[in-house]
Design a protein around this ligand. Structure first.
Ligand SMILES: N=c1c2ncn([C@@H]3O[C@H](COP(=O)(O)OP(=O)(O)OP(=O)(O)O)[C@@H](O)[C@H]3O)c2ncn1[C@@H]1O[C@H](COP(=O)(O)O)[C@@H](O)[C@H]1O
Length: 103
């Protein structure tokens, strides 16, 4: 399973029957609801990271990645564009990038 595979599955759920798919149900609720759900899952992951519960953090991190992809799909942002942005940043230290910011 790759993130590309998962994103393709999520994209394929657009317009599917919300009673037959959790993803279709999320998408049918709109981008704002998808964003809210992503936020909830992120907070749950933060809690497990602070508690240092590694199995729980692993599970919550999977929820975060899934709900991130649903949020992107809801706003028609391609995962490939996000990956291209990460590629663009490759080779530039985060410290260098931060120092070069104008604000
Ligand atoms: N990776 C996931 C995935 N991760 C989490 N979830 C669902 O996300 C939901 C998160 O639920 P919560 O824990 O927040 O529980 P909840 O029922 O929402 O709780 P409340 O917040 O509503 O109280 C659960 O229903 C999980 O099943 C996922 N649902 C689907 N996928 C993937 O998406 C594919 C397509 O799924 P369907 O769209 O359902 O066919 C699946 O084959 C999986 O690969």
């Amino acid at each position: 399973m790759t993130l590309d595979d998962l994103f393709a599955t999520i994209e394929a759920r657009k317009g599917a029957d919300p009673d037959s798919s959790w993803t279709a149900k999320l998408l049918a609720n709109g981008p704002e609801k998808c964003a809210e759900k992503f936020g909830e899952e992120a907070v749950e992951a933060i809690i497990e990271a602070v508690r240092d519960d590694k199995p729980a953090l692993t599970s919550e991190a999977a929820d975060v990645l899934y709900h991130l992809l649903v949020m992107l799909a809801a706003r028609d942002v391609a995962l490939s564009d996000v990956m291209a942005e990460l590629t663009r940043r490759q080779g530039t230290s985060g410290l260098t990038e931060k120092a070069a910011r104008t604000r």
